[in-house]
Ligand binder design. Structure first.
Ligand SMILES: [Zn+2]
Ligand SMILES: [Zn+2]
Length: 283
């Protein structure tokens, strides 16, 4: 059975406030597991990856695997230096990042680990770490395939589709579904719809509601109403909304969840707000 573990579902910045603890304050990190998978499969390195690393070290589990980074914005990389398996001699990881303009994956990680920002540098890690670009298209790994398409965000950002044991999981934590009716936007939406069609699970950015979105057009994030509209005919078994705004309290998100369920019900869609620590089994 394929399982998805949400280790961080917050967008933009971690928020360690009591009013956020229900949905969680850690930024984006998702793990995909299966009993047949002998290596780790991790999506993004937000602060949630710290808890994953601690659990792996405590259980002395496998410390090798692949990490797919949608893009290098802080909130998706902030937990990187706090992932304990990187400090373990048995650790062996490959990091895959969509090509960024003017900087290699190594340069980006080295910058993140430079003395100015952090006391440990990349060459001080005990684990074997390699980093490479992942291009648009399909890539085969042991036990699964990863298909990448470009998302719409403020920097080059990947949307990953994981094909594993006959299931498909689409991961799009930062993606702005456009509202304008330009030819480019229409073409993008068609490509996106075809990419997600029939997926078992879609994990998608829904940071704003329609009203909030009006003053944030071009910031690279979606509003939940648009995500429902675009995905309603895509025959997706379950949609998980993620990248919750750090200023949205549990009470607020609970209210929003009720509104979402109401609208999703009229479209006959199964939708849920992702929570920190949530485990989802795909049957
Ligand atoms: Zn983000
Ligand atoms: Zn971002």
């Amino acid at each position: 059975m394929v399982t998805i573990k949400f280790w961080g579902v917050r967008g933009s910045t971690p928020c360690a406030n009591s009013e956020n603890m229900g949905y969680g304050g850690n930024t984006t990190c998702v793990q995909i597991c299966s009993p047949n998978l002998h290596e780790l499969l991790i999506l993004d390195c937000g602060t949630g990856i710290r808890n994953l690393g601690n659990q792996l070290i405590d259980h002395e589990d496998s410390l090798t695997g692949n990490i797919f980074l949608s893009h290098p914005h802080w909130d998706h990389l902030q937990g990187f230096a706090f992932f304990k398996p990187f400090y373990h001699p048995k650790g062996k990881f490959k990091v895959h990042l969509p090509p960024q303009e003017g900087m290699s994956c190594n340069e980006i990680l080295q910058g993140h680990f430079s003395n100015t920002f952090f006391p440990v540098t990349l060459d001080m890690l005990s684990a074997e770490l390699s980093c490479s670009s992942i291009e648009e298209g399909t890539h085969t790994f042991e036990g699964y395939r990863v298909q990448m398409m470009w998302g719409r965000h403020t920097i080059p950002t990947g949307i990953f589709k994981i094909h594993i044991e006959g299931k498909t999981i689409v991961f799009a934590p930062d993606n702005e579904l456009p509202h304008d009716e330009s030819q480019e936007s229409e073409a993008y939406l068609e490509q996106f719809k075809s990419f997600i069609h029939g997926a078992d699970v879609l994990i998608h950015d829904a940071q704003y509601n329609f009203e909030e979105y009006q003053s944030r057009i071009g910031w690279g994030h979606s509003n939940w109403e648009k995500v429902l509209e675009v995905t309603r005919e895509s025959q997706i078994k379950k949609v998980y909304f993620t990248h919750h705004d750090p200023d949205h309290s549990d009470d607020y998100l609970k209210q929003r969840s009720d509104q979402i369920h109401q609208m999703a019900g009229t479209y006959n869609q199964a939708v849920e707000l992702a929570r920190d620590g949530m485990t989802v089994e795909i049957s």
